[in-house]
Design a binder for this molecule. Structure first.
Ligand code: CP
Length: 307
């Protein structure tokens, strides 16, 4: 299967395309378990991470993934660059490409920024989060983690709780899970549910306690505290009382169900510490899988070779 040049979102991927990333990522997990976890697959390739927003997991795991594939990695920091002097995104990228990079991993607050760059650069582009639009590699590592626990997506019941309107993770997960055959529901205050929700093909709930026992996967999203200042929910305390993953709600979940969170977590808001650290939480499995999954993405889009 020939991949598209860029990975800008999950929405237009087919199930076989998604599974190609997941299958290769499973193979790279085996590489990562070796005493010397490095393969020469991308030797001579240069990857740039171009992050205009803060990141811990995504930027670090792309950097580790590139190193494990023997690529050269250059990390761009907005605060230390000429963007502060007014240079445009396109000029920044063109100047960097003139230095001969093979791939660009971009995070930017503007929806469509990865598509914009991909249409203008010869280098392949991977979207590491574009505003509230998509975060495809987060969704792919989430699918990889779900598949490790449940083997199949057919009729898998996934519940996403929280700020759906502003969440690129929710959108990418919804697109991909529906393509893979899962049943997706969301639960949130009405003020955090997007107007176009009907178009996304999910069930919508407002009362978490009435439904939490029905799902195989329960994914909490980070609540951005500035949303409270914008009046989208009354208080952090009330949000936790209605939608937080507490020990009491954990007890009412299905016996083999798992808890996911893309990070960073607000402990005591959308998820309590005893839930985040419980045996049902797979949050650190998600992070671990992120390296293997991003190795698969870089390998596929950089045209990697197994020697
Ligand atoms: N999940 C995620 O995108 O985390 P970071 O913001 O730390 O990259």
């Amino acid at each position: 299967m020939n991949p598209k040049k860029d990975l800008v979102g999950i929405e237009k991927l087919t199930a076989p395309e998604i599974c190609q990333y997941l299958d290769l990522a499973d193979n790279f997990l085996e590489v990562l378990a070796r005493p010397i976890p490095i393969v020469p697959a991308l030797r001579g390739k240069t990857i740039l991470t171009l992050f205009f927003e803060a990141s811990t997991r995504t930027q670090i795991s792309f950097s580790i993934a590139a190193k494990r594939l023997s690529a050269d990695i250059v990390n761009f920091s907005q605060t230390a660059s000429s963007v502060k002097k007014g240079e445009t995104l396109l000029d920044t990228a063109r100047n960097i490409e003139a230095m001969k990079v093979d791939g660009v991993v971009i995070r930017h607050s503007a929806p469509g920024s990865a598509l914009f760059l991909g249409q203008r650069l010869e280098a392949f582009v991977v979207n590491a989060g574009d505003g509230a639009h998509e975060h495809p590699t987060q969704a792919l590592l989430d699918f990889m983690t779900m598949r490790q626990h449940f083997k199949s997506f057919d009729k898998l019941r996934v519940l996403i709780i929280g700020d759906i309107t502003h969440s690129r993770v929710a959108r990418s997960n919804i697109f991909g899970l529906r393509t893979l055959g899962a049943r997706v529901a969301i639960c949130a205050p009405p003020t955090l549910i997007p107007l176009e929700i009907d178009r996304l093909g999910v069930e919508v709930f407002y009362d978490l306690d009435g439904i939490i026992g029905e799902y195989d996967v329960v994914m909490a999203l980070r609540i951005q505290l500035e949303r409270q200042q914008a009046g989208l929910f009354p208080s952090v305390r009330e949000y936790r009382a209605c939608y937080g993953l507490t020990a009491e709600r954990l007890r009412r979940m299905k016996p083999r169900s798992i808890i996911m969170h893309p990070g960073p977590t607000n402990r005591g808001v959308e998820i309590d510490p005893e839930v985040a650290d419980s045996t049902r939480s797979v949050i650190l499995e998600q992070v671990k899988n992120g390296v293997a999954l991003r190795m698969a993405v870089l390998f596929i889009h950089a045209g990697g070779k197994i020697e």
